[in-house]
Design a protein around this ligand. Structure first.
Ligand code: SF4
Length: 418
């Protein structure tokens, strides 16, 4: 597996140089001149922990949550104070964990963010289905949240059990959901569960769109080495067919594919928590992506608090990009939207996409992975499948390796990913 990712990395970065993350801890971040900057805030608290979940999270404790939120505001102040003036950003996204568990604190956090950043395209937030109550939704709406993303995973009791989640009263959730309007209501699902057929996925999709969702995300089950799995993995060929069938079904229903795994009603504004050219991340395990670097904060909540209390950024590892590494990173995440716009690439890097990756683009077109439409390269369903397949490799080779280390070491010396 790592052979495939190493080969691809060497080929596309035109270098055998591995990704080398060090414990360099820059006091200030050069974000002031970046365009299309997004913000991410990580809230690592959950009511209980689900077996399949790879993210950085702990069980909610009020006292810990209070001191975490105070620290989070301090981190925002530390980074924000670097700016000469209030910086325009696209979106602010709260992920976790279950950020809605601290719904009463979201307004205060948004206020702190607002001192330094002007949000132009709305605020998104993830919710566990049990947090979808009228009271919580009202608090979020009042705080300025415009997009909610509910982690349903499945409407079926059988699959909730497989994933290590208890039963959920979805009828109650649908009813509560009607009480407060949001611009985007997204519901997240996992597919490739044992014995899952298209019919069962269709039931989830139809139920979501019939009960308040105008956007859905359907992610494949990813088997991280450190999460629990109590079932056999779906064979790749079956998964490939299922993904193709889901895509076709959504297309027939008139839903627009706005990224590899997301589909929306046509009137919905484009929405993804994953695709930003640049972003600043706050909170434990949050990542930051800028022109010259990628950095990740410590996963340890006590160390996060201690570090920020000492006036330092909670950065655990930093990768300083070579120009080609940055291009690869840009293309990987832009391709997630199923489109790569050559003029946006030129604007971002000052170089023509065809000069840098002309051969690869030609090959992608010849193999039927992409088609060219004006200045834009769009992935075909075949290309989308292979991207999805490669993304799975990438997740297991890179993200799994990094998160596995970060879970046990608050501030590692270095990490080399080949
Ligand atoms: S899936 Fe959601 S609720 Fe479950 S442990 Fe992960 S973040 Fe928490």
């Amino acid at each position: 597996m790592s052979f495939i990712t190493s080969l691809t990395r060497s080929w596309l970065t035109r270098s055998f140089r591995a990704f080398r993350f060090t414990n360099a801890n820059d006091r200030s971040l050069p974000y002031q001149n970046t365009e299309n900057l997004g913000l991410y805030i990580h809230i690592p608290f959950c009511r209980s922990l689900c077996d399949f979940c790879p993210y950085c999270k702990v069980v909610y404790r009020e006292e810990l949550a209070k001191s975490y939120i105070a620290t989070l505001k301090r981190e925002i102040e530390l980074v924000g104070a670097d700016g000469m003036e209030r910086k325009k950003v696209t979106t602010l996204y709260f992920g976790g964990g279950s950020p809605a568990l601290v719904a009463d604190e979201i307004g205060g956090i948004v206020e702190t963010v607002g001192k330094y950043f002007e949000i132009t395209e709305g605020i998104g937030l993830e919710l566990h289905p049990c947090d979808v109550t009228e009271e919580t939704l009202r608090m979020l709406h009042k705080a300025g949240v415009t997009r909610i993303s509910i982690g349903i995973q499945s409407f079926s009791d059988e699959y909730l059990d497989v994933l290590g989640r208890g039963k959920i009263d979805y009828q109650q959730m649908f009813w509560e959901l009607q009480s407060v309007p949001f611009e985007t209501v997204s519901m997240d699902f996992i597919f490739a569960l044992p014995g899952q057929t298209l019919e069962r996925v269709k039931q989830d999709i139809d139920t979501a769109f019939a009960n308040g969702a105008n956007h859905i995300a359907i992610y494949p089950f990813i088997d991280f080495t450190y999460t629990k799995r109590k079932f056999e993995k779906m064979p790749e060929a079956v998964k490939k067919k299922l993904l193709a069938d889901i895509t076709e079904y959504c297309d027939q229903q008139g839903y627009v594919r706005d990224s590899i795994w997301t589909f929306a009603k046509p009137s919905v504004k484009k929405y993804s928590s994953m695709t930003r050219e640049n972003f600043l991340g706050f909170g434990c395990s949050a990542t930051t992506l800028l022109m010259d670097q990628f950095k990740i904060n410590t996963f340890s909540i006590p160390d996060y608090i201690k570090q920020v209390e000492n006036g330092l950024l909670p950065t655990a590892l930093t990768l300083k990009f070579t120009p080609r590494q940055r291009m690869l990173y840009y293309l990987f995440w832009t391709a997630y939207t199923t489109k790569v716009d050559a003029s946006a690439f030129k604007q971002f890097f000052g170089e023509k996409l065809t000069h840098c990756y002309g051969f690869e683009l030609l090959l992608a077109r010849m193999l039927g992975f992409a088609k060219k439409d004006g200045d834009c390269y769009t992935m075909t369903p075949k290309g989308a499948y292979f991207y999805h397949y490669y993304e799975n490799y990438y997740t297991l080779s890179y993200i799994d390796q990094m998160w596995n280390l970060m879970r046990v070491n608050a501030f590692p010396e270095e990490l080399i990913i080949r």
